[in-house]
Ligand binder design. Structure first.
Ligand SMILES: [Cu+2]
Length: 381
């Protein structure tokens, strides 16, 4: 659907509109038929087919998008590693591009997104492919990071990293290099610290428009076990992708996001990793022999908070991922303000195999796309 062809309606009007062009949204609300029903969402208490199970009708063409939320889930982009004067340098080649992509069956979003030459999507494509969320950049604390950024988009952009670094490398307008104009390049260089589950995003103005368009991604700094002692050292090994202990964990990344498809400052679609109901239609397969570690980041614009709730289980939580011991233990729901993030750890060892739901516990977000399943395929192995 070309942009600007969508009616300018409020979210409530949008849901109740019943326009044939909005079949994707009808699907989002759980209708078995792609034909929108006018009664739908006119009254939130009206008994539509939502009880029959939400999910989008039809499927999103991941190939046309150029990225796949199942691939993004576990695609850690380690960049290119080299040594200089005994120090590890980690380099990424990144771009910002304009990219229209499908967020729910038949529903397209005119995005601005990042891509990296070392992402799985780019390796498949044979060129730097844009994706939403951007590539999950992963490194180890203490390394020197170089991010060669080229703005191949039609608007000024930056990359602002959450981390500890100089003002010059902060990626905001008017400080240091400031905005990177279309066609220009700049190399951000800084040390990887502190360890944790962080993020990066464009900081050009207007900020909420630049972020909401899709210019954000996960930035994970693994702890270096050599910096810790005793029990903390052992935990740090499990968090560091270079250590065999890390293989005891099934690691995943979810960036919670929303899409304002009619540009009224209100989201119409919500998701983890951009595609509504992606992990509901194709549940994430897990086994009981590994512990689950989920890097969870909230990049939802316009709504002040988002959340995660996992069914039939409880988890430990590491706020910002900057500690080696959980900051919250035995919880089943966590809320995150915008840009807040953390590490969620849990296990389904010994559970009955089957589908275990997880979703935002804002019911509205869940029904508009942010609803998913883990499928425990083997409780023990
Ligand atoms: Cu921007």
């Amino acid at each position: 659907m070309p942009k600007n062809k969508q009616p300018r309606l409020s979210r409530r009007q949008f849901l109740g509109a019943g326009s044939a062009g909005l079949a994707g949204i009808a699907g989002l609300l759980g209708l078995r038929s792609a034909t929108p029903q006018p009664a739908l969402a006119q009254d939130e208490d009206s008994h539509v087919d939502a009880h029959a199970g939400a999910g989008a009708v039809g499927s999103v063409n991941y190939e046309a998008n150029g990225f796949n939320p199942h691939e993004i889930l576990t695609d850690f982009d380690y960049g290119e590693v080299s040594q200089e004067d005994g120090r590890t340098i980690r380099t990424w080649n990144m771009v910002a591009v304009d990219l229209e992509f499908e967020i729910a069956p038949g529903l397209y979003f005119p995005g601005w997104v990042y891509g990296s030459s070392t992402s799985a999507a780019s390796k498949r494509a044979g060129h730097i492919a844009g994706q939403c969320p951007g590539p999950t950049l992963r490194c180890v604390e203490g390394e020197l990071l170089r991010v060669n950024f080229t703005n191949a988009s039609s608007h000024p952009h930056t990359i602002h990293f959450h981390g500890i670094h100089s003002a010059f490398m902060d990626g905001i307008p008017g400080v240091g290099r400031g905005n990177i104009m279309p066609g220009e390049s700049f190399t951000y260089e800084f040390e990887a610290r502190p360890f944790g589950c962080h993020l990066y995003h464009c900081h050009a103005l207007p900020l909420k428009r630049h972020i909401h368009k899709g210019l954000y991604g996960a930035f994970i700094v693994d702890p270096d076990p050599e910096n810790y002692r005793g029990e903390e050292k052992e935990i740090a090994k499990t968090r560091n992708h270079q250590y065999p202990e890390n293989a005891d964990y099934n690691e995943m990344v979810m960036v919670m996001n929303g899409f304002d498809t009619n540009f009224d400052g209100d989201n119409e679609v919500y998701a983890a990793n951009s595609i509504a109901f992606a992990y509901m239609k194709e549940p994430i397969q897990i086994t009981g022999d590994k512990r689950q570690r989920l890097y969870l980041i909230n990049m939802t614009e316009f709504d002040p908070i988002n959340s995660l709730h996992i069914h039939a289980n409880f988890f430990d939580y590491y706020d910002h991922g900057t500690t080696l011991k959980p900051t919250l233990t035995t919880i089943d729901t966590i809320m995150q303000c915008q840009a807040q993030r953390g590490i969620v750890e849990f296990s389904f060892a010994g559970f009955e195999p089957g589908r275990y739901m997880f979703h935002a516990h804002q019911s509205e977000f869940a029904e508009l796309g942010w609803m998913s399943f883990f499928e425990l395929v083997d409780a023990n192995g």
